[in-house]
Design a protein around this ligand. Sequence first.
Ligand code: FPP
Length: 316
Amino acid sequence: MRAPNTSRDPNHQPSRLHELSPEEQAAYAQLDPTRIPQHVAIIMDGNGRWAGKRALKRFLGHQQGAESVQFVVETASRIDLPFLTLYAFSIENNLRRPKSEVSFLMKLLKSYLIGNVQRMNDNNVRMAYIGRTHDLPQEVQDTMQWASESTAKNTGTTLTLALNYGARSEIVDAVRSILTNLTTEAHTRGCSVEDLLGAGALDSLDESDISRNLYTAHMPDPDLIIRTSGEQRISNFLLWQIAYAEFLVTDRLWPDFRGLHLLESIAEFQRRDRRFGGLNDTPTDEKIDTLEPADQVAAEISDRLAPQPTPTLSRR
Ligand code: FPP
């Protein structure tokens, strides 16, 4: 969560809220602007079903899904959402979908990037990617690199596309990178990895070391994760990062999802009570004084839990 921009902020950009549609402005008016999430992640699902319902080929569902991407990105940038991450293509999609569909998705991605970089710049959006992108076709990688370089100076929303992404592989890659760094450090210090381990390198390893070695090291963990099309699954998306994210499933299919629905999802997010494993209604010291002593409460509970004599049934 963040405070609204002040004009003394050197990176201050003029508000673009007036660019929202009238429906979006009405939805935004219901939000608490100081509690806009830092990072929203979306599992875009339902392209195939959207097409199937209209007796269209699946490909057309994906094409319509790409249109939704741009609508949602523009709304995100108008409300100054810092990070939006979209699950566009999983490692499992790459391995398990027919080659023709994979190749269509690659072409769609390329044409999406080529066709939208100008709009990204107009909206101050920066493009980034997570995933084993080095395994994508070279021409797609080249276009991706061009799009991220062409938008690198933008300071508004960072749009991250998860491409050839799997959360388990991401964790494997993080472990590999930690081990590689350890080996490099041993080499630099002229000692062995065993020496470093003996000196406590393993004991000092903590959660922040894992986070720092994930693809998402440069961004905050998502506050809100949305999945379209009603499926209640995470599907190997950002497993580490969503430990405390609010999860919202909507029945709406991705090609029907618009900026308005993003704003409605943020409204739902703001209605949730986030506790991060703690208590939001922790009693104050003053209230604690008025509570019954703990041993008295414990005795009452254990009385209530004590086995009761079985009632004898009267025989007739
Ligand atoms: C899930 O729908 C969606 C995908 C596998 C790919 C997501 C791709 C897009 C939204 C379009 C391209 C994106 C960009 C960034 C250009 P599904 O095919 O699994 O739908 P189904 O479950 O209804 O079959």
